[in-house]
Ligand binder design. Structure first.
Ligand SMILES: Cc1cc2nc3c(=O)[nH]c(=O)nc-3n(C[C@H](O)[C@H](O)[C@H](O)COP(=O)(O)OP(=O)(O)OC[C@H]3O[C@@H](n4cnc5c(N)ncnc54)[C@H](O)[C@@H]3O)c2cc1C
Length: 397
């Protein structure tokens, strides 16, 4: 399949990060690149414009050996952390809605079950999720609780052989298409933090899910408001290995890792498109790439993308060798999310008027970068996590 189709991208790699990747890692990356070239780029823009979820693209992801990410049981992809990063980079480069659909389903939802569920729970949900027969969602954020996520107000009350949930959630990706919806809540009596799995939420009494309209970025993935009114969840649907917020934070940490790579991919995609355009577009009788001011933008972009790539690469080695910290994960998210914003805006400038229509893809990537800046911990929150690790002092409150 390799090189038998058109590609918009060049695989920019100025510092030869490739020398660190095994043949297996490169082969997986190529599979994802081919998927992006063939399935995503030619089809995504109308979905993005209509704010419609692209099932025809999402369903085909099941053919890629990536669902379940670094999980290794029940048919999950068993990726190493470099592979996981490369997948998010390539998907992000193609389209932020697709990378978010994947990140929420495979990372946050399957990751919560894989890392925090018991054997019976994993066996119950993961096999169908690996095949995309069941779609997952992860509901932590609430209308009144965003950055202070540990203080969720949603409550679980013990009731016979199960629990009753009451509360509200906001911004929940995949919620309106989810079959497996994980609600994070605190126990009304003990205050313990817990993950409660609602199966078939659309058909569950007391659950109301309403998509949020008017988003300016990642428009092709759906985010919803959820209301929970006396919702019954059987005891066996409470994730067994989580009692404290800290238990679940492992899942968020891995999410941040994926998002750091995703941001690098979004930036690289925009840069590669801007470089190509600048070499082809002529003004004043020569390619605009020959003007110093355009070269300044191109070099700024190339430098930032290279720094993001090398940071991600080293982060993946830290993770593979188990030497990761909250601060190192947050620093990568903090750096790459704000740089993705910067790079995509420079790229859009290089295209002049053509930069603001989605046909050229850059406008879409630029607006997707806005979301990356805010989710998986806002950049301010990630900054404070790094600051806390560096100083030992908590500047959150
Ligand atoms: C498109 C999209 C998809 C999402 N998907 C999901 C999902 O699938 N599941 C889920 O649970 N959540 C999801 N989220 C929610 C996301 O994680 C939150 O938006 C994020 O945590 C910020 O919360 P907030 O929007 O309530 O902002 P707030 O917490 O209200 O923050 C507002 C501003 O105040 C700043 N701020 C807050 N506290 C401090 C502080 N102590 N010091 C300095 N500044 C501070 C913030 O950085 C920000 O700039 C998604 C969000 C978006 C936009």
């Amino acid at each position: 399949m390799e090189n038998q189709h058109e590609t918009l991208f060049t695989g920019f790699d100025f510092y030869d990060c490739d020398m660190h990747f095994s043949d297996k890692q490169k082969a997986l990356r190529q599979e994802v690149r081919d998927f992006v070239d063939i399935e995503v780029l030619p089809k995504i823009n109308p979905y993005w414009e209509r704010a419609e979820f692209p099932w025809e693209i999402a369903r085909k992801m099941v053919d890629l050996p990536i669902i379940g990410g670094v999980l290794f049981e029940h048919g999950a992809a068993s990726l190493d952390f470099v592979e996981m990063g490369l997948v998010m980079y390539e998907l992000g480069k193609g389209d932020g809605s697709i990378s978010t659909f994947y990140g929420v389903h495979s990372g946050l939802a399957m990751g919560s079950i894989g890392l925090l569920g018991d054997e019976e729970q994993k066996a119950r949900w993961l096999p169908a999720m690996v095949k995309l027969e069941k779609i997952g969602a992860f509901a932590l954020t609430e209308p009144d609780v965003g950055s202070n996520a540990a203080q969720v107000k949603t409550r679980a009350r013990k009731d016979g052989d199960g629990y009753i949930l009451n509360g509200a959630k906001r911004w929940i990706g995949n919620a309106s298409i989810a079959d497996v919806l994980i609600i994070w809540a605190r126990d009304e009596t003990s205050g313990d933090f817990g993950g409660y799995v609602i199966e078939n939420p659309k058909d569950t009494e007391g659950v109301a899910i309403k998509d949020i309209w008017g988003k300016i970025g990642k428009r092709a993935v759906l985010n919803a408001d959820i209301k929970l009114d006396e919702v019954y969840v059987p005891a066996e649907n409470k994730l067994t290995h989580v009692n404290r917020f800290r238990d679940m934070a492992r899942v968020l940490g891995l999410g941040r890792y994926g998002v750091a790579w995703e941001a690098a991919g979004v930036a690289a995609g925009a840069f590669e498109l801007a470089l190509k355009y600048s070499k082809e577009r002529e003004q004043f009788g020569k390619p605009i790439a020959g003007f110093q001011l355009i070269q300044h933008k191109l070099v700024e972009m190339a430098t930032e993308v290279t720094l993001m790539q090398t940071l991600c690469l080293q982060l993946s080695h830290l993770l593979n060798s188990g030497r990761i910290s909250e601060g190192t994960l947050s620093m990568a998210k903090y750096n790459n999310a704000r740089k993705a914003r910067y790079v995509t805006q420079l790229a859009r400038e290089c295209l002049g008027g053509n930069g603001i229509v989605i046909d050229n893809h850059i406008a879409r990537l630029m607006l997707d970068a806005e979301i990356i800046y805010t989710y998986e911990g806002t950049n301010e929150v990630n900054l404070l996590l790094v600051g806390r690790e560096l100083t030992g002092l908590n500047a959150f409150v």
